[in-house]
Design a protein around this ligand. Structure first.
Ligand code: SAM
Ligand code: SF4
Length: 473
């Protein structure tokens, strides 16, 4: 049984006290200190960074995007693939120059990469100018760790408990966006896919209490957010650890029933837990958008077994077909790993077949990256980098053709879109359709945050262009 503890109200109150103390100190300074929070990886990390920013705001910090200007830099790292670690380390390396120019600058690293002991060792040895390192389980203790770090002669601080996880609620949040809000409904993962580091660095699955999720959703809607994105590594197992009747479909129904002009999305669904009830609930809830991200990882049954995914290619096909029968306009996107240890050319062909057959609206393709401590990292892997890269390139080609055709099929159609931001040029906007397609269009920034009807006028592999319908169109 996992050992999961609830953080006590006294412990959280002690953190709030520290926040108030630092806020008072910072208010007495001629100008607020500036923080830069740099985030790598998935939406869960984005959501964690919004909590770090929320705590910093409540401690009297202002914000900057410039590392040279920042008094405090927090780098929230990712460990899912080697590439993400290298990118974060490269940028932390570059910070040695900024710190030389501004010696009073403080640098903190947090997140999945530094939850791994070998990575903390590396930071200790090779990045001596990093002042504070804290793991994923220490997020709620950030005020305490920050205060310790700010003390003179404090030495470097490394804190990362190796625990199954803790439950807590109520950290302050500063949202980065004003249209889309991330709403984490659970933390951790119990699936132990054999290639994946997440269960080791994020601990066991913990669902948040239903009433606090509903309260947060209500608040986000009241604040004017138009898109609520429910987050978890496997949202379909929401509630299993709570022992009550509430499951993910229940949660969707409850939020769907709330008053207000908003839409609901979620990520990620594990195919083994994506039930008919989930798809039926999606189909019945008018605010739940017509998109599901359903990673399949491989089309070959032996590889799926070695990955410990808990389904076969056939089961996946059946679930996708069921979902599309219920919702013919449903967009399905997916993740796939190429070059899992021992995957043969013939086995890879099953992945190609599945991609050709199922025609995903979008596919995120990853080259397998060995992760320290995972079972797959110890499996024999006779295929060369070049062989794997050739497979990867071929898969990309196949999917690009599919994506182009799927995108082109939208041209001429009229959709209700959510305008969510400014485009790359003045007078240009970005938006999303219910299928989560990225749309470029012309219009005034005043439209950001509104739902409009638009006709799709063009397409590329990655995005659509559209024009707003005028009244009477
Ligand atoms: N929990 C989600 C799920 O199971 O679908 C995804 C979590 S993971 C952050 C996102 C994607 O990264 C996975 O779907 C997988 O395709 C990919 N991934 C995870 N570990 C990987 C590894 N060691 N090498 C390459 N890709 C990996
Ligand atoms: Fe990793 Fe699998 Fe958990 Fe997703 S479900 S986070 S791939 S272990």
């Amino acid at each position: 049984m996992p050992q999961i503890r609830s953080v006590t109200e006294e412990e959280l109150a002690a953190q709030r006290e520290i926040m108030a103390r630092l806020a008072a100190e910072n208010a007495a300074r001629p100008a607020p200190p500036l923080a830069w929070v740099d985030t790598y990886g998935c939406q869960q990390n984005e959501a964690d960074s919004e909590r770090i920013r929320g705590m910093l705001r409540d401690m009297g910090y202002g914000f900057t995007e410039s590392e040279a200007e920042a008094d405090l830099i927090v780098v929230n790292t990712c460990a899912v693939r080697g590439h993400a670690e290298l990118r974060a380390l490269g940028n932390v390396g570059a910070l040695s120059h900024t710190k030389r120019a501004k010696p009073e600058q403080r640098i903190a690293l947090c997140g999945c990469m530094v939850q791994q002991p070998h990575m903390r060792e590396k930071i200790k040895e090779s990045y001596p100018y990093v002042d504070l390192v804290f793991g994923t389980h220490e997020l709620w203790r950030f005020p305490e760790l920050l205060e310790r770090m700010l003390r003179p002669h404090r030495g470097r601080i490394f804190e990362a408990r190796d625990i199954d996880g803790e439950r807590y609620e109520g950290l302050p949040v500063l949202h980065k966006d004003r249209v889309r809000a991330w709403l984490p409904i659970m933390a951790g993962c119990n699936n132990f896919c054999s290639y994946c580091v997440v269960p080791y660095v994020r601990g066991r699955e913990r669902s948040r209490r239903p009433e606090t999720i509903l309260e947060e959703a209500r608040q986000l809607i009241a604040e004017g957010f138009r898109e609520i994105y429910l987050l978890g590594q496997n949202v379909n197992s929401y509630g299993k650890d709570l022992g009550g009747p509430e499951d993910f479909a229940w949660l969707l129904e409850k939020i769907n029933a709330m008053e207000g002009e908003f839409v609901l999305r979620f990520m990620t669904s594990h195919p083994k837990d994506a039930t008919e009830r989930l798809f039926e609930t999606m189909a019945a809830c008018e605010k739940v958008e017509r998109h599901i991200h359903l990673p399949f990882q491989s089309g070959n049954d032996r590889v799926l077994r070695a990955m410990n995914r808990g389904y076969t290619g056939e089961v996946y096909r059946k679930k996708a077909a069921f979902a599309r029968r219920l919702m013919p306009d449903l967009a399905i996107t997916s993740d796939v790993i190429v070059g899992f240890p021992g995957e043969t050319d013939e086995e890879f062909e099953d992945t190609i077949r599945l991609v050709e057959e199922l025609r995903f609206d979008m596919l995120f393709t990853f080259l397998y990256s060995p992760r320290v401590g995972t079972p797959a990292a110890a499996m024999p892997d006779p295929f060369t980098k070049e062989q794997k890269q050739a497979r990867f390139d071929r898969l990309l080609q196949v999917q690009n053709d599919v994506s182009r055709e799927m995108q082109a099929a939208h041209v001429g159609k009229t959709y209700r879109i959510l305008i969510d931001g400014e485009g790359d040029k003045p007078g240009r906007l970005t938006a999303r359709s219910s299928h989560n397609r990225l749309i470029h269009l012309e219009g005034s920034p005043a439209l950001i945050g509104s739902f409009r009807d638009a006709r799709i006028t063009g397409s590329t592999t990655w995005s659509l262009s559209a024009e707003l319908l005028k009244e009477g169109d």
